[in-house]
Design a protein around this ligand. Structure first.
Ligand code: GTP
Ligand code: MG
Length: 563
């Protein structure tokens, strides 16, 4: 190894010709006392974020100095560098194992911003990323083969950084690290081992359930949470399910769910009364319940859902995230993004004579939505046969619709017959949503007491006595929650990305693993690292999320174009 030089003894001034003159460095550029204190704090924070990753204090401080004490960016940079080292080390080790003579240059290694100077260099000069230009140099390439940081050690370090259980297992299986397996770092590279097969549509996905494993409490990051334990506690209380409501335009999806939310106490009477008054003013009185979910002015004025309305509610044994999809064909992309996040679905069909038929015909959305839901992974389907008040609670009409739909759903859409449940109801009157009237009294909320439907249907409710089955709420309360891969590596499918206040916001569903604030994640396909600064689940700020949750992550240290 005679021609090898240790990079730590490398004077970058020999390598980089960037016009920097040693003499330019004066005492004025040394850190002030305030900066020193800031540096000490920030170093601790970055150390906590990196956990057991093998990074020296000097490297941390160089990165912090370069990024003006931005701990997120410094951590992301250092993790990026480690990932590059890992990749290069794996390649070098493979070459060694196959006894191929080492190439004289590779350019894959990018050492961190290690400088030979003891004091921090001026910001314009000491650019950790700038060292990339040195990667063509033999000396730096050979750093990877240095005894101090053999590939096996790098391998171990990355495994120790909690890159998900798969990686950990693979690292543990490794014998002596002589030939690091390429599979052991699947998620760090866009290459070999990354198991994309299991990802449905990983528009953006991230591997580690937590790259950082801070062992101490950091003021910025807060205490690290044992997410798996927390998740188990949450599930022990109630299972969580994502429920999408789909169906032909005007089938009554929003009204049905708005009324259900009202009856469940999720929406108070005052709000419903206000919706009723406001809706009446614009001649849309019958949309009062739909306005619970149709929140934008345009949706309300047009009387249609345009974007997926998201809210949550609980039943006795389940916790639901409700996604109210639009039925209008113009908004099919929104319906798809909502359904992609769902575990189970309610297909709402309008029982009115002629309306069911137009929704079920070739151009209707009833069939299209059912097929989309099935192909997007929904296995359990509740079919709400709605607006039964309009057809006099007719059992014959109910059975006619069930027969037609069942045949289509089983034969063409490939739903299992046992996974289909048909429930007759009226979203407008509230009949059979939460309870079924026994006395002939309509179950709808008194909030819509002025609605003409009250008196007109009161007499026909008795004719609904033929139905002996469960109510809609009892039905969804029995839906099975799918098994979540919480202990697998973190994987999230991204449905929306936008520039938020604190960074880049990415919305989507956690397909596997878990994540918490302060953790670094990898965004594919560019394999860029980002730090989770904040997160929300169901519009509520939270510190962690696990597989199955629909989340909104605020990321720092990454450009929006990379997500
Ligand atoms: P999109 O989201 O635009 O596809 O419509 P939707 O399926 O959400 O229908 P929405 O809830 O907006 O209701 C459409 C119309 O049907 C409104 O006027 C409702 O009052 C009416 N409606 C909904 N459910 C019932 C019902 O059970 N009975 C009667 N009579 N009318 C209903
Ligand atoms: Mg709607």
């Amino acid at each position: 190894m005679s021609r090898h030089r240790n990079v730590r003894n490398l004077d970058l001034d020999d390598v980089l010709d960037d016009g920097y003159d040693d003499e330019d460095y004066t005492e004025e550029q040394a850190m002030t006392a305030e900066e020193q204190a800031q540096m000490a704090d920030a170093t601790e924070d970055v150390k906590a974020m990196l956990g057991s990753a093998k990074v020296t204090i000097k490297e941390i401080q160089d990165a912090l100095w370069y990024y003006y004490f931005d701990i997120d960016q410094a951590a992301v940079y250092l993790l990026d560098e480690l990932a590059k080292k890992q990749k290069a080390a794996t390649a070098a080790a493979t070459k060694k194992a196959s006894s191929t003579p080492k190439p004289s240059q590779s350019g894959t290694a990018t050492p961190t911003g290690t400088s030979s100077k003891s004091a921090p260099a001026p910001k314009a000069k000491e650019t950790p990323k700038g060292t990339a230009s040195a990667t063509q140099d033999d000396d730096i390439v050979e750093f990877l083969d240095d005894e101090d940081l053999p590939p096996s050690q790098l391998q171990f370090d990355l495994a120790a950084m909690n890159f998900g259980s798969t990686l950990k297992t693979q690292a543990a299986k490794k014998t002596g690290g002589a030939t690091p397996s390429a599979k052991a770092t699947p998620l760090l590279s866009s290459g070999d081992g990354f198991d994309r097969s299991s990802a449905a549509t990983p528009v953006g996905s991230a591997p580690p359930s937590g790259i950082s494993t801070p062992s101490r409490v950091s003021t910025k990051m807060g205490k690290r949470i044992d997410v798996v334990t927390e998740y188990q506690k949450r599930v022990a209380e109630k299972e969580s399910l994502n429920l999408v409501v789909i169906g032909h335009v005007d089938a009554g999806k929003s009204t049905l769910m708005g009324h259900l939310l009202y009856l469940q106490g999720e929406v108070n009477e005052k709000t419903i009364r206000k919706h009723e008054r406001d809706a009446q003013k614009i001649g849309k009185a019958s949309f009062a319940f739909a306005w619970v979910l149709d929140e934008t002015g345009e949706e309300r004025a047009r009387g249609i859902t345009m974007d997926v309305g998201v809210t949550k509610f609980e039943t006795e044994h389940r916790r639901f995230t409700l996604l109210d999809a639009p039925g209008h064909r113009d908004f099919i992309p929104n319906m798809i993004s909502g359904t992609a996040q769902a575990d189970v679905a309610i297909l709402v069909v309008d029982a009115t004579t002629g309306e069911f038929e137009s929704g079920f015909d070739a151009n209707g959305q009833t069939k299209e939505h059912a097929l989309l839901a099935r192909s997007l992974g929904v296995q359990q389907l509740v079919v709400a046969i709605n607006k039964l008040d309009v057809v006099g609670w007719s059992e014959a009409r109910f059975l006619e619709i069930v027969a037609k739909l069942e045949q289509f759903l089983v034969k063409d859409a490939s739903f299992k017959k046992s996974s289909l449940i048909f429930v007759p109801c009226s979203g407008f009157t509230g009949e059979n949503l939460v309870r079924k009237s026994k006395t002939g009294q309509i179950c709808n909320g008194s909030a819509v007491s002025d609605a003409p439907v009250d008196s007109s249907v009161a007499s026909v409710v008795e004719t609904f006595a033929w139905y002996k089955g469960p109510t809609l709420i009892q039905t969804i309360d029995k839906l099975d929650a799918p098994t979540r891969a919480v202990e697998k590596p973190f994987r999230m499918s991204v449905t929306d990305v936008f520039k938020g206040t604190g960074g880049v916001s990415a919305a989507g569903r956690l397909e596997a693993g878990h994540v918490q604030i302060g953790e670094a994640i990898m965004v594919m396909p560019g394999a860029e690292m980002a730090v989770v600064k904040n997160m929300e689940v169901n519009d509520e700020p939270t510190r962690w999320a696990a597989a199955g949750d629909s989340v909104l992550l605020t990321l720092s240290g990454i450009d929006i174009l990379q997500v």
